[in-house]
Design a protein around this ligand. Structure first.
Ligand SMILES: [Zn+2]
Length: 387
């Protein structure tokens, strides 16, 4: 008769699991609370309402004004005179929308943003239906029936179905689901086992959204030598659309994008893919597919990081685009840079960011913004050959 003991042990271990899950997000400081709130908010491209509401309420106490562009980007201003600095992070996350409801009550999905096929199966999702959130799962074909030859193949995207437990179109409709409804990963925030690493969805780019808010908070009340436009943009994951329209409103002299970086510290043997490491400090891009940083602006960030004793990583990622491209090509052109907080497993349900990297990025950005005065910006925008 061992089983009762086994069951008791199992029961107790389940209880301790639950307790751990609970303590993993209790006792968070305000910054961790903010990161949790932003990561958990459901907002795929074009459906940024949930994050926009958080951004506006958190920015309002520090902003002289808040306006919106025609695509829903939030533009919060601090400072009254001097060069126009645009600091951008995007609100939207990887997700999808309902394409079609099958006669059996399954749903097909239109993906929004760059998903790998292997990230799509056997996952929990939330559909933002008209009657509230609807739990869904992308089913997986059972190993007991799948032909041997297909067992190690990636599940094709066009065979993917969301299962919401409905048996018919009418049942799905009764749950408040219809074509066009937005879908996000179901993947709640957690602190990882007592470390300073945070697990969650959408660090790309809620990490940037949180930096916007923390930087505004830190700069509140100080005299600014510039006009700062903190922009929470829309629809980045489907082509940097909000940053284009927001740049037209701001007309920046300098553009700073805040993003999630791609770590190269897990899958070894690919040093040309990416270099930055989780927990080794904030970073910036020397190259990506959409933009090149301004060389003098890179130097300015490097010097500031050295002076503040902040480790600064660099990276070059070919399969990556960001909002700095929209800022740099706006108007007559603006020197720009893409800053990144390292994130493991971007564009997936479960990403990991490091809190110290985040804090150091806020320190670095705040210091740079305090020193980007008229003279500095003039020199950054000066392309006349050295005498
Ligand atoms: Zn991003």
């Amino acid at each position: 008769m061992q089983k009762p003991i086994y069951y008791l042990a199992l029961f107790l271990s389940c209880l301790s699991c639950l307790a751990q899950t609970k303590t993993a997000t209790t006792g968070l400081d305000p910054t961790a609370q903010l990161l949790k709130q932003l990561a958990n908010a459901p907002a795929p491209s074009g459906y940024e309402e949930a994050v926009r509401a958080i951004m506006v309420s958190k920015m309002k106490p520090y902003a002289a004004s808040i306006q919106f562009d025609g695509l829903g980007s939030v533009i919060a201003k601090m400072g009254t005179t001097g060069p126009r600095i645009m600091i951008d992070a995007h609100m939207d996350e990887l997700g999808g929308m309902v394409r079609r409801i099958t006669p059996q009550g399954f749903l097909t999905m239109q993906m929004l943003g760059g998903w790998l096929n292997q990230a799509l199966v056997d996952q929990r999702w939330v559909i933002l239906g008209s009657k509230g959130p609807v739990l869904a799962v992308t089913g997986i074909r059972d190993i007991h029936v799948i032909p041997l030859a297909e067992r190690n193949k990636v599940y094709p995207r066009d065979s993917l179905y969301l299962d919401i437990g409905a048996k018919s179109v009418a049942e799905a409709a009764a749950m408040g689901v219809e074509p066009g409804d937005p879908i996000v990963p179901d993947s709640p925030f957690a602190v990882m086992n007592g470390t300073d690493n945070y697990l969650g969805k959408a660090w790309d780019d809620r990490v940037g959204c949180a930096i916007l808010i923390e930087a505004m908070q830190r700069l509140a009340g100080s005299h600014l030598p510039n006009q700062l436009f903190f922009v929470a943009s829309t629809q980045e994951e489907i082509g940097m659309r909000g940053a284009h329209t927001a740049s037209a409103v701001v007309n920046p002299d300098i553009g700073i994008a805040l993003e999630a970086g791609v770590t190269g510290d897990v899958f070894s043997g690919h040093p040309e893919e990416s270099q930055i490491k989780l927990g080794a400090g904030p970073g910036y891009f020397l190259y990506d597919a959409s933009d090149l940083p301004n060389r003098k602006l890179v130097q300015f960030f490097r010097q500031t990081a050295t002076a503040k004793n902040i480790p600064l990583q660099y990276d070059l990622v070919t399969g990556y685009g960001d909002d700095a491209s929209a800022m740099q090509s706006s108007g007559r052109g603006a020197p720009s840079i893409n800053l990144v907080v390292p994130v493991r497993y971007t564009h997936a349900h479960n990403g990991i960011m490091n809190r110290r990297d985040f804090d150091q990025m806020v320190d670095l950005l705040v210091s740079v913004l305090q020193h980007l005065d008229e003279q500095e910006v003039k020199s950054l925008r000066d392309f006349s050959p050295a005498q």
